[in-house]
Write a protein that binds this ligand. Structure first.
Ligand code: SF4
Ligand code: SF4
Length: 763
């Protein structure tokens, strides 16, 4: 599309003093012939914005380019009706990071003007993806978290469907004798509020409750999920088995390192083979089917299996119980021994920890510490003569819970000590606990009536058929290392790697009652945000509000399935002929599929292979005698690009030979841009993305890692061009590592100085 472009060059913030503004304007007018080019100070002022608006209406501008401060500021001011806005960062990336009135700084600014105008001229105007969107919300799990999420969504006037597998609502909270208040004074425990929540849910006309039922399948996409709900039964065991077999095959394939092979097809039990509208006809069992816009997954937790702790008498002595069992015993009033029904006078609580010791429970957390303290409190309340011995490796009582811990420390009937349990043995009428590494530094033996083993909280979703997605990528939500569901290690709580499905409570991490309630509200808000943005044709986090979506020139598709395999969010299903079947409302707009497509047929209206390739080509490359190398830095816009802004704010200085091209994610990188850069005479290419690994910070889960993998394949291109492999470097950078930028960039320029100039300059 031909655009009528207006360029507005900022002269404030010192830009006018550091750069030759006339020469910059000449690039816009003489080289590109833009319709309007003005230079002035502080274009964000209302009076100046009025000038731009007049130009849009008077001159018929369709694109406005603001060349001034970082695009991260004044976003609302520079959003115009009738024209899209492109931003060029002359402040943080040019004059704050490079010397004023310097030839190289001026060349840098002029290149950014060229790249910005080139980018804007390639923008395609297309309508957003609009479908009829259902705004109701499915909540899976009727415990504390699920009930709260349902009530919150209903309070915001959304229809809610609440599915609970048990015959009654309440989940584990039904068995809790007491809970923490979460309010001052913090040294108290109170009756569980779960019954009030259940009453409120049952009284709500916005919440439809399905008890004794499970989700049989979820198909579709945000705004249009079709959910089949089925009475609980043996069918779930069959699904569990099939799905876990599939998962094992998938993991085996991944471990074998045969990346080129396709992921095994997900299981499709007879009843669940059909998708979409066909599904209704193929289901021949009692069920309900609801259409929802988003899902809150609050399926909760199950106790960690304590097998392996037989040395502590578990499974051997009836009076060695888990903390979950003790909670049930406490609801009956006085705590009695399972072996003989006698009232308990002494308990040893063995608090298992987070795996850092010889007595590991993988799923232990601060909740274990709190539950242990609470249960010691039960004993002291029901039996004033009772003695509670608490042995721990790490006592964790975050926030105001410290107050509760201090109160119990002052109780003369509660003995707290660090210590590693060695064994539990049976005496004549009591159990003997032996410990080492105690605070006294000696081995200690204690005789007690009962031993309570603290129990870790395993997310219910771990290897279980809970959501039963009918996605090409499989029925499970992708899990992190420990089986929790998330799509970002730090920034995006509640998000999963399946758009429109939000986790809350103990499927996301071990949590106490109060944390679960807060989490439920957060996830409900995310679900509401999802249905509202989807109804407007906009993307959700992290590119919330983005109206573009990937489009495929499908007639040139070779059915290689790379886009289907590499999309981190399962946005593509597959048509019978092997071509991708896009689900635009599942898409997070990361453009990883654009980078993965070898045919280069996936693009966005405001971000395409051609657009980025043309930006590369617009850079002026001085000839080899000028001794001014040129480097293209493909940089992730999520962490690394803001880090460059911060480097500018801190006035950190680095080489003016580099030109940054922001990508939505480093996984967006397409090998053709590398080839284009090198064959144009660019001397080196730096790729800067987010950190990856188990504690990944990549906003799109694995984009940064994929980029590194793809760069491993570039050697062929380099060999063909007879260029040194070190001309391409991939780096990871966290947002707070902006201080490393000068070293990173100047170090790369130093590396390039060891090579001759790229011989393709001038071609
Ligand atoms: S842009 Fe990202 S989320 Fe969307 S389809 Fe492509 S890879 Fe998937
Ligand atoms: S990556 Fe490109 S060529 Fe391969 S299946 Fe997807 S659209 Fe088709």
């Amino acid at each position: 599309m031909d655009h009528k472009i207006g360029v507005y060059i900022e002269t404030g913030y010192g830009i006018g003093d550091a750069l030759d503004i006339e020469a910059l304007s000449a690039v816009a007018t003489d080289e590109f012939g833009v319709a309007v080019c003005r230079a002035d100070a502080y274009w964000n002022d209302p009076e100046k914005l009025a000038i731009i608006r007049n130009d849009i209406s008077g001159e018929g501008l369709t694109a406005v380019i603001i060349a001034g401060p970082s695009p991260r500021v004044f976003q609302e001011e520079f959003a115009f009706e009738g024209a899209f806005t492109e931003r060029i960062n002359l402040r943080e990336h040019v004059i704050w990071s490079h010397p004023a009135n310097d030839e190289d700084t001026q060349m840098l600014a002029e290149d950014y003007i060229r790249m910005g105008i080139t980018k804007a001229s390639k923008y395609q105007d297309r309508p957003p993806f609009m479908e009829e969107v259902e705004k109701s919300i499915l909540v899976i799990g009727g415990g504390m978290t699920g009930l709260t999420a349902a009530l919150d969504a209903a309070a915001a006037n959304y229809q809610v469907y609440l599915v609970e597998k048990e015959a009654r609502l309440g989940g584990w909270a039904n068995n809790f004798h007491k809970v923490f208040t979460g309010k001052p004074p913090y040294g108290r425990i109170v009756d569980s509020p779960i019954q009030e929540k259940i009453k409120a849910v049952n009284a709500s006309d916005k919440i439809k409750v399905f008890t004794g039922q499970r989700v049989f399948s979820i198909s579709g996409a945000p705004g249009m999920f079709d959910v089949v709900i089925r009475p609980d039964g043996d069918w779930i065991k069959k699904l569990d088995k099939e799905q876990n077999e599939w998962l094992a095959a998938k993991k085996a394939k991944e471990a074998s390192g045969t990346e080129e092979e396709e992921t095994p097809k997900p299981p499709a039990p007879e009843e669940a083979e059909a998708v979409g509208e066909e599904q209704e006809e193929s289901i021949d069992f009692a069920h309900e089917k609801v259409r929802v816009g988003a899902v809150v997954l609050a399926a909760g937790w199950r106790p960690e299996n304590l097998s392996g702790h037989e040395n502590l008498g578990y499974g051997k002595y009836p009076d060695v119980v888990t903390s979950v069992q003790l909670e049930e015993l406490a609801t009956k009033g006085k705590i009695t021994r399972p072996s003989d029904g006698k009232e308990v006078n002494s308990i040893a609580f063995i608090e298992c920890n987070d795996g850092k010791t010889k007595h590991p429970l993988l799923y232990a957390s601060f909740v274990n510490s709190l539950v242990t303290l609470k249960q010691a409190h039960y004993l002291r309340t029901t039996n004033p003569e009772g003695k509670a011995y608490i042995f721990y490796e790490n006592m964790r009582t975050p926030g105001q819970y410290e107050k509760y811990y201090q109160d119990l420390q002052n109780d003369p009937g509660i003995f707290l000590s660090k210590g590693t349990p060695v064994s539990v043995s049976n005496g004549a009428s009591s159990l003997t606990v032996e410990l080492k590494d105690t605070l006294l530094g000696e081995k200690v033996k204690v005789n007690v009536d009962m031993v309570v083993l603290s129990t870790g909280m395993v997310p219910m979703t771990k290897d279980s058929a809970i959501v039963n997605l009918k996605y090409r990528q499989g029925p499970f939500l992708p899990e992190n290392l420990y089986g929790f569901n998330d799509s970002h290690f730090i920034c995006f709580p509640y998000e999963t790697q399946r758009t429109g499905i939000y986790t809350a409570g103990c499927v996301r991490g071990p949590m106490d009652f109060q944390s679960c309630e807060l989490d439920a509200t957060g996830a409900a808000l995310k679900a509401i945000q999802c249905v509202e943005l989807t109804a407007q044709g906009k993307g959700v986090h992290p590119r919330a509000g983005d109206e573009s979506f990937p489009e495929i020139f499908i007639t040139r598709c070779t059915q290689c399935k790379r886009c289907t395999e590499e999309c981190p969010f399962g946005a593509y299903d597959e048509k019978p002929d092997g071509t991708p079947l896009p689900n635009p409302t599942r898409c997070r707009r990361c453009a990883i599929c654009m980078g993965s497509c070898p045919e280069r047929i996936i693009s966005f209206r405001d971000h395409s292979v051609d657009m980025i390739g043309s930006m590369v080509k617009s850079v002026h490359v001085p000839d080899e005698y000028a001794e001014k190398p040129r480097v293209i830095v493909f940089i992730c816009e999520n962490d690394a690009l803001p880090a460059v802004d911060m480097a500018g704010i801190e006035r950190l200085q680095y080489s003016a030979y580099v030109r940054f091209i922001p990508l939505r994610c480093l996984g967006n990188i397409n090998l053709v841009w590398i080839a284009d850069s090198l064959s144009k005479g660019i001397d080196g290419i730096l790729l800067i993305g987010c950190k990856y690994g188990d504690d990944y910070q990549c906003h799109f889960v694995k984009g940064s890692e994929l980029a590194e993998y793809r760069m491993g394949k570039i050697s062929e291109t380099l060999q063909r061009l007879v260029l040194e492999p070190d001309r391409i470097q991939v780096e990871q950078l966290a947002i707070d590592e902006y201080g490393k930028i000068p070293e990173l960039i100047d170090g790369f320029i130093e590396t390039l100085s060891e090579f001759d100039p790229n011989p393709y300059k001038g071609f």
